[in-house]
Design a protein around this ligand. Structure first.
Ligand code: AMP
Length: 215
């Protein structure tokens, strides 16, 4: 079971890919998290990627493609994966297709979470992340009991540095310019399933599972 989740920042890819990965028993591969971990460890990849993450720009394709190839060589991906945040450009998608074709294990389905720009801006600007356990809260839609404190583990909530209005606008610009063309790319392969992601997380989960289940 090899799935790609597409959608703008704030569409809920993280939430849905986590649920799908647990349900299907395959790893959830979140490229943004891999990059952020490298940045905080100060590795050469992290140092190269940091200015792009800070600016809300996409990291250059060759760097990302090499990173994901290394991850896909890990044996836990033998039974499949849910990819969250990769590919984000047509060259990345072509590189992924080539690698998977060489291995005789093509993608099964690409699920696009569709949500409007205003919703995305509201979701991202109110998003708060637990600094300890990573649980995601929202100041308006899913607030913790005590402002700024995680209900799950009691640690402080933080706002992602790229969830500020200026960087959000740049990330959405990158999405429109470089990632939206991927929908045509996968539709032409007959692999694209579009899901309305404006509803409740539960409704989106039901639709996402229904899209993945036939495979
Ligand atoms: P995310 O957590 O998915 O919103 O990703 C955070 C940041 O990581 C993005 O704004 C980009 O700077 C970088 N990034 C994540 N995935 C990719 C990708 N597939 N290609 C290039 N840059 C990426």
């Amino acid at each position: 079971m090899r799935i790609v989740l597409l959608g703008p920042p704030g569409a809920g890819k993280g939430t849905q890919s986590k649920i799908l990965s647990a349900r299907l028993g395959v790893p959830q591969i979140v490229i943004g998290d891999i990059l952020k971990a490298q940045v905080s460890r100060g590795t050469p990849l992290g140092v190269a990627a940091k200015p792009y993450l800070d600016d809300g720009k996409l990291v250059p394709d060759p760097v990302i493609i090499e990173t994901i190839h290394e991850r896909l060589e890990d044996p836990d991906t033998d039974k499949g994966f849910v990819l969250d945040g990769f590919p984000r450009t047509v060259p990345q998608a072509i590189a992924l297709d080539t690698t998977l074709a060489d291995a005789g294990t093509p993608l099964d389905v690409v699920i696009e979470l569709v949500v409007g720009r205003d919703d995305v801006v509201r979701r991202l600007s109110g998003r708060r992340v637990c600094s300890n356990c990573g649980h995601i809260w929202h100041v308006e839609f899913d607030p913790p009991t005590v402002d700024g404190i995680c209900d799950v583990c009691g640690h402080d909530l933080i706002q992602r540095s790229d969830d500020n209005p200026e960087t959000i606008i740049r990330r959405l610009g990158e999405y429109a310019e470089k990632t939206v063309p991927l929908t045509d790319f996968y539709a032409a392969q007959g692999k694209l399933v579009r899901i309305d992601a404006a509803g409740t997380p539960e409704a989106v989960t039901a639709a996402t599972i229904a899209a993945a289940e036939p495979y």
